[in-house]
Design a protein around this ligand. Structure first.
Ligand SMILES: *[C@@H]1O[C@H](CO)[C@@H](O)[C@H](O)[C@H]1NC(C)=O
Ligand SMILES: *[C@@H]1O[C@H](CO)[C@@H](O)[C@H](O)[C@H]1NC(C)=O
Ligand SMILES: *[C@@H]1O[C@H](CO)[C@@H](O)[C@H](O)[C@H]1NC(C)=O
Ligand SMILES: CC(=O)N[C@H]1CO[C@H](CO)[C@@H](O)[C@@H]1O
Length: 911
């Protein structure tokens, strides 16, 4: 080889090299006879020098074919080339050396003798390689008096004689490496090591997180560190020879190079990127570089590969957090993103009441509050890929894997206790394309019996993990677990990651289809008890059921009861909610929502709703509602076999005055079917709070007054501490609200009777008076003050045996007189009879000397209303006597004579 022939011996070098000797750290060993030394940096990158060891020649290593040279092929090692390199590397890599330049024909080439340590007294590496049989001595152009050369030759002879290094006989099989330059199937390759650390040498560092290594098995691999990304050094797209380094890229590279290059390490192969690059972690006895890079601000965590990191992603996050807080290197300008504040408790436990979606549940906390929670950092299956649903939108059955996700959550969670940790609040937003508004969401990590529910869903491929923006910390507190679970799910082709067609659910929706329901009825009747899953609870006695065996959806009404109903559209517009409808709904929801139940269908109603009995965990729901005073027994229950127990359930609730029976008076007299002949009195103290122009009276019971006062006081307190935001309340007809009475500017409970532009007609439900007020004077009525807490306190009555006059003037006179009679006095009230829906009463003062109704007759403001009841006859006679006296005296109505004669015929009265 011509190059060799021009190399002179060390002692005969006539040329004067620019550097005669020097010191440095061995950065890289190129072969058994060449290395690169790195000098001390003097600001800027440290100077480097390649030195070929003079006078010796080591076997050449095989090389990979150079793509840029035509016909280039892979070459194999000369025997022992690798061992020679390794021998030198192990001796000196990273160590300080002293070198003496023997000959340097130009800047690129340089021959020298290298000593371990700081001067020529250290071990001579040139000699060492020869002694150990890993290099031969060059024998050209050597003067005979060269003692150094002589000792090299002596060493070589010795090595040959003792069969050291390459001189061993017979030559072993592994003298030539079997190099694999490329990996055929990266995925299989990674799997074949199953996470075992493989001894390796790092051969090249491209940037902080990308390097090349030769494994013990002589596989040459290029890999990226899992979980971290360092600033990159890229080629300039304009000029391929130029490199563009991101800030800190060179520093990161140097940091890694000086610690890992050509060091003995172990590599854990962990995954394969989309670009087919291996993902790995490097173990060095002094620690692992991934954590250190993050801690020193040389890199950031990357979500896409952090799940591959096998030593615990949480450590990487912690290191990155530390670096951010210290604002070190790449984080020097880091500003923490302001997050939506989480108010109230961050961690709590509760019972799952409802599965709202594949990623959302309703939880009842220990304080009784029901909260909607979204599972943090996951996305439910969506219908994006689906064609638009035909007919009725039933995403639960039509969106792939939605049903499976719901079922998983339902079976695992419904009715169970869960622990909730709120991770972040996702502010409300509007999708720019569709203009869909998304309300604010509370996103949490939910665990049940130690299982992270989101993680379980992800690992079954039933939801996907949200890819957050790099610096977005609003994410699950167990985000890396989710990523790892997703990686497993992808690998094992679970759920949405499967190549198979998603399962299809053909479900017949019979609800609301009268014809279909009728056809179906006989099947269900014959079936006796059928299994069902409660899909939804509309009201205390109204549910939507899925019958898995029949794969159909039906609307189901609980038989045998009359359950208070919520506000609804009736023939006369919106009908107000019945009292306790909310409580009944809550009870049924808590027991039935998403539960597996069994039903016995009896019949259907005209709208195609099935009516029957529903059992959940041994409870007959109709009976439970009766027991809790949240329904009344319906006469149709009589024919059922449950009648006796239903009846006694209702009886018990009545006796305990539960809920709808809170005003219940035990029917001492009513039990008798015979009509009583004696009038009974059972006076109750009242205040009349309002008289309507048709002479109806609104009364409050004195004994409930303090309850009302307390409620109003609390309610008004709330209006001060937590005043309503103007414009947030949308008043609706029939609804209860809080209204500010124009006379005293105080807040009262009211009912909206009519909405007229920005004017509202309201009636104050505890006082009975009505007025028209601007809508700015009403606010929504929180449920704790609504009629569930206390029924409306203004009770409407009419006066017994009293007929209001027909003409407006006389009615006005009677009205004013009545007002004077009842104003500001405590009166006693006895119910005499019911006419229409209204109780007719006798009102007397405390010592019973004044009878309000009778007074109106006595003074000729009203006439007597005849009644047939025997028990009223005595009183009726007294009233007629008064009326006759008034007639005679021509009082008021009787000023012009006897009016009853004409009016009786005109108005159809039968006297
Ligand atoms: C110096 O060593 C390197 C690495 O082994 C080798 O490629 C190169 O050819 C050597 N140079 C000379 C002039 O021998
Ligand atoms: C070299 O390695 C490859 C793959 O690792 C193997 O298929 C081949 O048989 C080996 N060759 C020799 C000569 O050992
Ligand atoms: C990773 O490196 C850190 C810091 O150097 C060290 O504390 C830790 O023990 C290392 N972990 C492993 C598994 O080597
Ligand atoms: C037949 C049946 O299941 N009856 C149940 C009805 O519900 C009550 C509880 O409300 C149970 O005690 C009964 O056993």
């Amino acid at each position: 080889c011509c190059k060799m022939s021009i190399q002179p011996s060390s002692t005969s070098a006539p040329a004067t090299p620019t550097v005669k000797f020097g010191r440095g750290i061995v950065k890289l060993v190129l072969s058994g006879d060449a290395l690169i030394v790195r000098g001390q940096p003097k600001g800027g990158p440290p100077p480097e020098k390649q030195i070929n060891l003079s006078n010796i020649i080591a076997p050449k290593q095989g090389r990979r074919a150079n793509m840029n040279i035509p016909d280039s092929v892979d070459t194999v090692d000369e025997p022992f080339a690798w061992q020679a390199r390794e021998n030198l590397r192990k001796k000196c890599i990273g160590k300080e050396v002293h070198f003496v330049i023997d000959y340097a024909p130009n800047n690129d080439r340089c021959y020298g003798t290298v000593y371990l340590g700081t001067d020529t007294t250290g071990e001579n590496l040139n000699l060492m390689q020869v002694q150990e049989g890993f290099a031969e001595v060059r024998r050209v152009n050597v003067r005979s008096d060269n003692t150094e050369h002589a000792s090299l030759i002596e060493a070589e002879d010795q090595a040959k004689a003792t069969g050291r290094g390459k001189w061993v006989e017979p030559r072993p099989d592994d003298a030539v490496r079997n190099i694999s330059w490329t990996i055929e199937n990266s995925r299989n390759f990674v799997d074949s090591y199953r996470g075992q650390p493989i001894p390796a040498v790092i051969e090249h560092v491209r940037d902080g997180c990308t390097m090349r290594a030769s494994l013990q098995t002589h596989h040459q691999i290029t890999f990226m560190l899992s979980g971290v990304k360092c600033p990159m050094i890229k080629r300039d797209p304009e000029d391929p020879k130029k490199e563009i380094a991101e800030p800190y890229a060179a520093e990161a590279k140097f940091f890694v190079e000086s610690r890992l290059l050509q060091r003995d390490v172990k590599i854990i192969l962990e995954g394969v990127s989309n670009q087919n690059t291996l993902l790995a972690t490097v173990l060095h006895p002094n620690g692992n570089i991934t954590e250190i890079l993050l801690r020193e601000g040389f890199g950031r965590c990357v979500d896409w590969s952090i799940a591959s990191y096998s030593l615990g992603a949480d450590k990487l996050r912690a290191m990155e957090k530390q670096a951010k807080e210290r604002r070190v290197r790449i984080w020097k300008d880091y500003v923490a993103k302001v997050q939506e504040v989480i108010t109230g408790e961050r961690e709590f436990s509760g019972k799952v009441l409802q599965i709202i979606n594949a990623d959302a549940i309703a939880v009842k906390t220990s304080s009784g509050e029901v909260r909607t929670l979204h599972l943090a950092s996951v996305r439910p299956p969506s219908k994006e890929t689906q064609e638009p649903p035909k007919g009725k939108g039933r995403p639960l059955y039509d969106v792939p894997y939605m049903f499976e996700a719901r079922e998983f959550l339902r079976k695992k969670l419904i009715g169970k206790k869960v622990n909730v940790k709120i991770d972040y609040i996702k502010p409300s937003s509007i999708a720019t394309e569709t203009l869909t508004a998304f309300p604010e969401r509370t996103c949490a990590t939910v665990t049940c019996a130690g299982i992270n529910i989101a993680e379980a869903l992800v690992s079954k491929g039933l939801v996907k993990v949200v890819r957050h923006r790099q610096d977005d910390d609003a994410r699950s507190s167990r985000y890396d677990d989710l990523l790892a679970a997703e990686q497993r799910a992808v690998k094992t082709c679970k759920g949405v990651n499967s190549k198979k067609e998603p399962p299809i659910h053909r479900v017949a929706d019979v609800s609301g289809d009268v014809a279909k329901a009728k056809q179906f009825l006989p099947f269900l009747q014959r079936a006796g008890r059928s299994d069902a899953v409660v899909e939804y609870v509309f009201g205390g006695s109204r549910l939507k059921l899925f019958l898995p065996k029949e794969t159909c959806l039906i609307t189901f009404l609980l038989a045998g009861i009359d359950c208070p109903r919520g506000a609804r559209n009736g023939a006369q517009g919106v009908m107000e909610a019945d009292a306790f409808s909310e409580d009944a709904l809550a009870l049924t929801k808590e027991h039935c929502m998403h539960r597996e139940v069994s039903v016995e269908v009896e019949t259907i109603d005209r709208a195609g709703n099935f009516i029957g009995w529903l059992f959940v965990e041994g409870i007959n729901m109709s009976q439970l509602l009766l027991e809790n005073g949240l329904s009344k027994l319906h006469f149709t229950a009589e024919r059922s076999s449950f009648y006796r127990s239903l009846q006694s359930a209702e009886e018990k609730a009545k006796m305990q005055k539960m809920n709808i029976w809170s005003q219940y008076v035990e029917p001492v007299a009513h039990v008798k079917t015979e009509e009583p002949t004696e009038r009974k009195t059972n006076y109750r103290s009242v205040y009349v709070t309002e008289v309507s122009p048709d002479l109806h009276l609104y009364c409050q019971f004195s004994d409930v007054g303090s309850k009302l006062d307390t409620l109003m006081e609390k309610m008004r307190g709330m209006m001060i501490t937590d005043p309503p935001l103007p414009g947030t309340y949308q008043p609706k007809r029939g609804e209860h609200c809080i209204a500010q009475f124009s006379q005293d500017n105080m807040w009262y409970r009211a009912r909206i009777e009519k909405v007229e532009n920005d004017k509202l007609h309201v009636q104050y439900i505890d006082f009975g008076n009505k007025e028209v007020i601007p809508s700015s004077r009403v606010a929504s009525l929180p449920s704790e003050y609504n009629t569930g807490a206390l029924l409306p306190q203004a009770h409407q009555y009419a006066l017994a045996l009293v007929n209001p006059p027909n003409d407006a003037d006389s009615l006005g006179d009677a009205f004013r007189t009545l007002c004077d009679l009842v104003a500001n006095v405590q009166l006693k009230l006895n119910v005499e009879y019911k006419d229409g829906s209204i109780d007719h009463v006798t009102l007397v003062n405390q010592d019973e000397s004044i009878n309000v109704g009778k007074s109106l007759v006595t003074d000729g403001f009203c006439t007597v209303a005849k009644r047939g009841e025997k028990r009223l006859q005595k009183m009726l006679t007294e009233f007629y006597a008064e009326q006759n006296k008034a007639k005679k005296q021509h009082l008021n109505l009787w000023r012009y004579g006897d009016i009853t004669e004409d009016d009786a015929s005109e108005f159809g009265y039968n006297k």
